[in-house]
Design a protein around this ligand. Structure first.
Ligand SMILES: Cc1cc2nc3c(=O)[nH]c(=O)nc-3n(C[C@H](O)[C@H](O)[C@H](O)COP(=O)(O)OP(=O)(O)OC[C@H]3O[C@@H](n4cnc5c(N)ncnc54)[C@H](O)[C@@H]3O)c2cc1C
Length: 453
């Protein structure tokens, strides 16, 4: 990435629509792309405001699908959405590049230059002037300075990393199949550090796809014996952020699948051979995934003095405005907000990002009309954990009784899938969602059920 140099950044001209208020959204993820799409449709297309989306990748993948991509049960190509096309269809400008800084006085957002695989520049260092800036750049894995994580573990922060993990998994299986001798002990073992929703879902998904891979002819590998999955968690139970009953349900399913669960285990080192625990145990592993905690991306701590929390997220008020600049909003995983009366911040979840995007969609229109902003009312709808094709368990919030209740099985699975459908609906509307769903159902029957390349 090119270092930001505000002095040399090219300030881009506003174009024919320069008289319009300019709303720039940075980050086209679960929340940002929904907001850009809906504001583009409502204001951009009608010439009431200029809407721009700054994003460091060129295609969008909904982040909760990353563990399925990593395991190989989902083909990225079928689910990715090009920002350029989405902007063209929905009335917003796509600006390719990574935000590296802002100038609050001049109301500029800076973008790094972008390069192709051969190192040729695609876009130069640029800056864009905003009237309202909305930051929705998500969060990144937090290694808590654990040695070896950067070098030897993969974090599922981006589609690229999920695909890298998947390629390494397939390569390891093909290597084991092609070698002369039998599969060596530990040669195909996987260690997942962090047994939150991401880690547990990945463990189940991997169990399923590993068997799928072998079923396509890599029959020298005995999945029960040769592929061992270890789930390592520092807390005394898995999915510690969710109610105990869910934790027990998830643990039972995983144990039935022979996933080795190590709770109360702190990782002190990750090497190219495996994972070292504080109690001295060593977990040999060919592949290591780090899914133990998140923090705000580093750039947030250098945004011209905006306030950040200890977790590196932007601190926002109940209107989702940053505490030190009312022209800058932040939401989704990169924002830190403890709602009134709550004792914990809003968790980094897609359901929160979706609710906040819907809230800002209305509130930013009110702001353009000079009306006062209303506080964001967060509603926790519960949490669900999908364990591949084996099971889905979770809790749903019953709003009449005000308590959560436990669900599992088909109903839980449908509820889990409905979160993605809500995201797709916000991006495409019902017609395209129905057509896309049908086409995926049909092609699933004609293609391998796991990725083999
Ligand atoms: C494997 C996995 C499973 C999950 N499962 C669930 C689940 O079941 N339910 C649930 O509610 N949540 C789940 N989550 C959490 C959920 O994905 C996040 O809470 C959600 O994606 C947050 O949305 P967001 O818009 O804040 O950020 P993101 O969706 O992460 O989007 C951020 C965007 O900003 C872009 N970006 C980052 N930095 C920059 C920059 N400097 N400049 C420009 N662009 C930038 C990124 O490329 C990305 O497109 C899961 C997460 C993972 C990793």
């Amino acid at each position: 990435m090119n270092e930001m140099n505000p002095a040399t950044a090219k300030v881009m001209p506003m174009g024919a629509d320069s008289g319009l208020p300019h709303i720039i959204i940075v980050g086209g993820g679960a929340g940002g792309l929904e907001l850009a799409t809906r504001l583009g449709d409502k204001l951009g297309k009608k010439g009431k405001a200029k809407i721009s989306l700054v994003e460091k990748f060129r295609t969008h993948i909904w982040k909760p699908l990353l563990h399925e991509i990593a395991a190989g049960s989902m083909d990225v190509g079928r689910y990715e959405l090009p920002y350029q096309a989405q902007g063209y269809w929905h009335g917003f400008q796509f600006r390719y590049g990574e935000m590296t800084g802002i100038d609050r006085k001049k109301q500029l957002v800076y973008l790094a230059a972008t390069y192709d695989e051969e190192g040729r520049e695609i876009t130069p260092v640029r800056s864009f002037r905003y009237d309202t800036l909305v930051i929705a750049i998500g969060c990144v894995g937090n290694a808590f300075n654990t040695p070896g994580v950067k070098e030897h573990a993969i974090m599922l922060d981006t589609p690229e990393e999920a695909e890298r993990f998947n390629r390494r998994l397939i390569n390891a299986c093909v290597r084991a199949f092609a070698q002369e001798g039998p599969v060596r002990p530990g040669q195909l073992d996987v260690a997942i550090i962090g047994a939150g929703a991401t880690g547990t879902e990945l463990a189940a998904e991997l169990h399923q796809t590993a068997r799928g891979l072998v079923a396509y002819g890599l029959d020298k590998i005995n999945p029960e014996q040769d592929i061992k999955i270890t789930l390592i968690e520092a807390a005394d139970r898995i999915v510690p952020a969710l109610p105990e009953r869910i934790s027990k349900g998830v643990a039972k399913t995983l144990r039935d699948l022979h996933v080795d669960i190590k709770t109360g285990s702190r990782v002190v080192d990750v090497t190219d051979k495996g994972v070292k625990l504080q109690n001295g145990d060593f977990v040999p592993s060919e592949l290591v995934v780090w899914a133990a905690g998140v923090k705000g991306p580093d750039v947030l701590s250098h945004l011209d003095g905006l306030e950040v929390s200890r977790s590196g997220q932007l601190v926002v008020t109940e209107t989702l405005q940053t505490t030190r600049d009312p022209n800058i909003f932040a939401f989704g995983d990169c924002a830190y907000l403890v709602p009134k009366g709550a004792d914990a911040p809003i968790p980094p979840r897609a359901q929160a990002a979706h609710q906040e995007a819907s809230h800002l969609y209305v509130e930013l229109q009110r702001r353009l009309k000079g009306q006062p902003l209303r506080p964001f009312p967060y509603r926790d709808f519960g949490s669900l954990v999908s364990l591949g094709g084996y099971s889905t368990v979770g809790s749903l919030m019953g709003f009449i009784v005000g308590k959560s209740f436990f669900i599992e099985g088909l109903f839980a699975r449908l509820m889990y899938r409905s979160l993605y459908k809500m995201h797709e609906m916000a991006l495409h509307g019902p017609g395209k969602v129905i057509l896309d769903t049908l086409s995926r159902v049909i092609t699933r029957r004609t293609e391998p059920v796991v990725k083999l390349h």
